[in-house]
Write a protein that binds this ligand. Structure first.
Ligand SMILES: [Zn+2]
Length: 253
């Protein structure tokens, strides 16, 4: 599942492979053709920006916007290298001088005018990126303070309008690290606790960007007793979208 750390890693990999080059763009799968991505064929890729779970490819006055959701992915292949998925399932192929970046699946793949990015409904509402190099944590805490106080913490952490980039994994892991129960309503979460949870999410995700390790988690999909206190680790769907939260019933209070 792509959270902010995966997206930042993808951005770095894709940038190394393609930025500054004239890009051949093709859409083997009809979904890519429907998105009109072939309009970008032959343009120079000036840069790639990541914001939360979104990637924005800067092709001058046009921007390619991708959001991978639960199932989408970007692969980078050397020219001639065998792909891990069939060509017909590729929504977008961006071909640089030596490599191909291939996008499969996901909820969003579209081309929009660069002038619309700042006012686009999907993008303009995004809160500060939890992985932004100069994140103003006070600003993020203030957004949580201004949100509906009856919302539970775990649900609010996924609200990309409050802060962008946190998904199910780091929602669960950050609450565990800060020893805060994700089921508490925001009204009952102190500013210090909120800060601790957000800092934990940022620290853990930045570490995951560096190491690429997204397999060893303390509580997310953890079976067996809590690694910290031997209490029971529970999981249950949370919020309107019923996204599964994992937590320890004993040491997260
Ligand atoms: Zn515990």
């Amino acid at each position: 599942m792509a959270e902010g750390d995966t997206i930042l890693r993808a951005k770095e990999r894709l940038s190394d492979a393609l930025v500054g080059q004239s890009i051949g763009v093709s859409a083997p799968n009809p979904r890519g053709r429907a998105a009109g991505i072939e309009r970008l064929d032959g343009r120079t890729l000036a840069g790639i920006n990541a914001h939360g779970k979104h990637l924005l490819f800067d092709f001058g006055d046009l921007v390619l916007h991708s959001h991978l959701g639960m199932s989408g992915g970007w692969h980078v292949y050397g020219r001639g290298e065998r792909w891990r998925r069939p060509r017909t399932s590729a929504w977008a192929v961006l071909s640089g001088e030596r490599s191909d970046a291939v996008e499969f699946g996901g909820p969003t793949l579209r081309v929009l005018p660069a002038s619309r990015v700042a006012i686009d409904p999907q993008l303009a509402r995004l809160g500060p990126d939890i992985l932004a190099p100069e994140l103003d944590l006070d600003d993020v805490v203030a957004k949580f303070r201004a949100a509906d106080p009856s919302r539970t913490l775990g649900d609010a952490l996924l609200d990309q309008r409050l802060t962008a980039g946190i998904g199910n994994i780091f929602k669960s892991e950050a609450c565990f690290a800060a020893k805060v129960d994700p089921w508490r309503p925001l009204a009952d979460v102190s500013e210090a606790e909120l800060r601790a949870v957000l800092e934990a999410a940022r620290d853990q995700m930045l570490r995951a960007v560096t190491t690429g390790d997204r397999h060893r988690f303390a509580v997310y999909k953890h079976r067996g007793p809590c690694l910290r206190c031997r209490g029971r680790v529970l999981h249950r769907g949370q919020g309107d979208a019923n996204r599964t939260t994992w937590w320890c019933e004993r040491c997260q209070v």
